[in-house]
Design a binder for this molecule. Structure first.
Ligand code: NPW
Ligand code: ADP
Ligand code: K
Length: 498
């Protein structure tokens, strides 16, 4: 599992070490210089003679950068520091000067434009403008330098390394404001930060290297990302004496005369993910049975529900079934996945074993229906923030679909899964995901009732399996939702072997 901690968590963990005189900045800078040296050797064979340009902000992030620049200068690099503030880390500046680095005070916009020539000539640029002390978008000459960097021709573009985080990202919430450099590598100190996992900030972060500074961090990370072994540990496995009812029955209330395909695909997701049995309720029974003869059509006991996919607003009968299923789930402590059409008829407050699976537009509508202001664009610009708001307002676990899927549950549980190719953005893929998640909740129904944070972990696991199935179905090329479902058994088997 990849784990990340907030700026406050990191600062609190650093405090006792700093108080006892541990030279954290020197350690951070040393590791940064090692990583940059490695990149330079890979791209141009050696560090000696490399042109290194430092973008230096007013805080300790700039200090790290100057110290790393000094180390690279001692290894023969030609280092230029572009200062963006009249305050600069004194120790770092002394170290760079002592190593014969060049220092350019860049205090006004015109000078920043001149200094921008250094960017075009550089082999590598270190972004040391803002770290965990940044507030909002980069201001002043630093922003101008970043704009220049962005507009360089592709063939003149240097390698860009972010120091701790790309400047201008919301460290804790993954937002981005103003100019944010698109970096190749982020060298982050002490712990990964949420912005390095969360959209849209993580898209700017490139490869992430975490430098261990020996910090003791809180037990619960701010945002996590599941990996194969985590999913294997979460997956419900049939014991030797298993039978279909023990393994979990999933009630599927999906599809309508207008959208029968949603029911077929959702059943495919659940069946292929290994559910004990699917019970289908709705008008698409013949289509579901034609595609999946193993499905049972009609009422009966279930361990979990998935409701709402492809349920048209003008289908009162299917909407009534959704309402009944939801009431049953709430009255009988059965976990439920609430998708698409069912999001509009969600009760005001629900427990965390109800998992909502909106995309950004549906999440915005859900928030607006509860008196909050939100647009689809605002949700996309701050997915974690809005998924949290939806969790706070409804009590439900929230899985927000997108290129990176963000999951929020109770007690601060949060996941960011980036497992699928962009080809997964195809009609019906969300229906398959609902089926996979339903299968997991049916298989671990009792556990999900006992541990309110488990539905969030299962939701993240479903997103991982779904994303990997899309890769597996056709590596590097287009997939249909049905292809994704068909790839599930092999992907699950692969994960269980991991
Ligand atoms: N703590 C440790 O022991 C260790 C920390 N380490 C390193 O320290 C970094 C944190 O350092 P930090 O606390 O000095 O904050 P940092 O991110 O450099 O920026 C603060 C400065 O920026 C300014 N500023 C703020 N917003 C701005 C904006 N939008 N646009 C422009 N300016 C803005 C703000 O000025 P103000 O706005 O307050 O006037 C303030 O002066 C951390 O990321 C890691 O790299 C490592 O060495 C390991 C040990
Ligand atoms: N850019 C993207 N890259 C990868 N996966 C994506 C991207 N955009 C959406 N997805 C995934 O594709 C699926 C789309 O689901 P959804 O929006 O509900 O579509 P539908 O309702 O047609 O099934 C979700 O699993 C979502 O996470
Ligand atoms: K930075």
């Amino acid at each position: 599992m990849l784990t990340s901690w907030t700026a406050d968590d990191v600062r609190a963990a650093e405090r006792p070490l700093l108080a006892s005189g541990v030279p954290l900045m020197e350690r951070a800078a040393f590791a940064l210089a090692v990583h940059v040296g490695r990149e330079l050797r890979a791209t141009r064979g050696r560090v000696g003679g490399a042109r290194v340009t430092l973008l230096v902000g007013s805080g300790n992030n700039g200090g790290d950068t100057l110290h790393a620049g000094a180390l690279l200068a001692r290894r023969g690099a030609q280092v230029t520091a572009l200062l963006t503030s009249d305050r600069t880390h004194a120790g770092g500046l002394d170290a760079l000067r002592a190593a014969h680095g060049r220092v350019v005070p860049t205090l006004d916009d015109a000078a920043a434009d001149d200094a921008a020539q250094d960017l075009a000539r550089a082999d590598v640029v270190l972004d040391g403008l803002l770290g965990i002390g940044g507030r909002g978008g980069v201001r002043g000459p630093g922003a101008r330098l970043l704009a220049r960097l962005r507009t360089l021709d592709a063939d003149a573009r240097p390698l860009v390394v972010a120091v701790d985080v790309p400047s201008g990202v919301g460290v804790d919430d993954g937002t981005r404001t103003g100019e944010v450099p698109d970096v190749d590598l982020t060298v982050t100190f002490g712990a990964c930060k949420p912005a390095l996992l969360l959209p849209p900030a993580a898209d700017a972060a490139g490869r992430v290297e975490v430098v261990d500074l020996g910090l003791t961090l809180p037990p619960r990370p701010a945002v996590a990302r599941l990996e194969a072994t985590d999913v294997a540990a979460l997956w419900p496995l049939p014991g030797r004496d298993a039978h279909k009812y023990v393994r979990g029955v999933l009630g599927v209330v999906a599809g309508s005369a207008r959208y029968p395909g949603a029911a077929v695909l959702q059943a495919a997701g659940a069946v292929r993910a290994g559910v004990g049995m699917v019970r289908y309720l709705g008008s698409a029974g013949p289509q579901v049975l034609a595609a999946h003869p193993e499905v049972v059509v009609g009422e009966g006991r279930v361990q979990a529900w998935v409701v709402g996919s492809g349920v048209a607003p003008d289908d009162p009968e299917q909407r009534a079934r959704v309402r009944d299923a939801l009431s049953h789930a709430l009255a009988h402590d059965e976990p439920a996945v609430v998708d698409a059409g069912a999001l509009e008829i969600l009760p005001d407050r629900v427990p965390p074993h109800v998992v909502l699976t909106p995309h950004a537009g549906e999440l915005a509508a859900l928030l607006v229906a509860r008196g909050a202001h939100a647009t689809r664009a605002e949700v996309e610009a701050a997915p974690l923030v809005h998924a949290r708001r939806a969790h706070d307002l409804t009590g439900a676990t929230v899985l927000l679909k997108g290129g990176t899927t963000v999951v929020v549950g109770p007690h601060g549980a949060a996941y960011a899964q980036a497992d699928g190719p962009s080809w997964l953005a195809t009609a019906g893929a969300g229906d398959v995901l609902g089926g996979v998640l339903g299968a997991l909740l049916a298989g671990r129904s009792a556990d999900a009732m006992a541990d309110p944070t488990l539905p969030a972990a299962l939701a993240a696991a479903a997103a991982l399996v779904h994303g990997r199935a899309a890769h597996h179905a056709n590596p590097g090329g287009p997939v249909s939702a049905g292809d994704v479902a068909d790839a599930l058994p092999a992907v699950v088997a692969g994960l269980l072997r991991a």
